[in-house]
Design a protein around this ligand. Structure first.
Ligand SMILES: [Fe+2]
Ligand SMILES: [Fe+2]
Length: 292
């Protein structure tokens, strides 16, 4: 494990990556339909070429909107932590991390189109904004850095692995590399023994919300399909979610998340989530309660 001094030295002395993507002709070409499991739905199978293009555009735009929201909130978070500490080492770590987040946002803006950049924050971004506004520094080091930066490494690697465009893939890999260092800063700062009861309660509520967002399945993709289809009845909505969902992959993502949750001193939190059934994929009828 690195100390905060060691993380600070790495952040301050490495050369920033220079992998800015060229503006893409269309977001619809960034990730393949299979990445979103669209071909498994009846709507895709019967869709016109124009509808398929619209589905791919909206799925990519939704992904990028979420990533832009994450990076923008990460800039706010770092500024917040710089102001919250009198410690010069912490100020350096969060200022350097904030510069990384600004660079990530800039890279993503080079890929996204203006409507995607201008879109209102999505529900995941609003969740992060609440953690930044309401969390204490210790709950934030755990929730935002150990869990979400840790999780972000895999998320961006996945976006890189499946991207059609080499420049987009390079951007996503560049972000993933930086997030690993931000995760290391969280690990160096966090000490579970310093959390009081109120902070443990805040952490549990946030973790329950986070796990439910993942366990409910690909509701944002369902939203895109329903929008392009012009609305679904209840049976078609359920059938489409079942087609889009891949419970084995959701299970794997939840287990990945659980490994970060089960940080030293926080094992009880992971056990509590497992007991609530929040570390397992929800059946479609339960997942749909979180829709819309
Ligand atoms: Fe970032
Ligand atoms: Fe980060």
């Amino acid at each position: 494990m690195s100390t905060l001094e060691q993380v600070c030295r790495k952040l301050a002395t490495r050369l920033p990556a220079n992998n800015v993507a060229a503006q893409s002709a269309s977001l619809a070409t960034l990730w393949p339909a299979e990445f979103f499991r669209l071909p498994a739905t009846v709507f895709w199978q019967q869709a016109t070429t124009a509808q398929r293009d619209q589905l791919l555009y909206l799925c990519a735009s939704t992904l990028l909107r979420e990533a832009l929201g994450i990076e923008r909130t990460a800039m706010d978070y770092c500024a917040h932590r710089v102001l919250a500490t009198q410690d010069a080492l912490e100020k350096q770590v969060y200022s350097l991390t904030g510069a990384d987040e600004a660079r990530h946002y800039h890279w993503l803006c080079s890929i996204a189109d203006p409507p995607t950049i201008a879109a209102e924050p999505d529900s995941f971004t609003r969740f992060l904004q609440r953690l930044v506004a309401e969390g204490s520094p210790h709950t934030q080091s755990y929730l935002l850095q150990i869990i979400l930066e840790g999780w972000g490494i895999h998320h961006y690697q996945r976006l890189a692995r499946h991207a059609n465009d080499a420049a987009v893939s390079a951007v996503m890999n560049g972000i993933a590399q930086d997030e690993a260092l931000h995760y290391a800063a969280g690990v160096a700062h966090f000490d579970a023994t310093r959390l009081d009861e109120a902070e443990r309660g805040f952490v549990r509520a946030a973790l329950a919300e986070l796990c439910a967002m993942l366990a409910c399945g690909p509701l944002s993709v369902l939203g895109v399909v329903e929008t392009v289809a012009g609305g679904f009845d209840d049976a078609t909505r359920m059938q489409t979610l079942v087609a889009l969902a891949e419970p084995a992959q959701t299970e794997e993502k939840l287990q990945q998340l659980a490994r970060y949750i089960r940080h030293s001193g926080m094992e009880a939190e992971a056990d509590w989530l497992a007991k609530q059934g929040l570390l397992s994929p929800m059946p479609a009828e339960v997942g749909l309660r979180y829709y819309g």
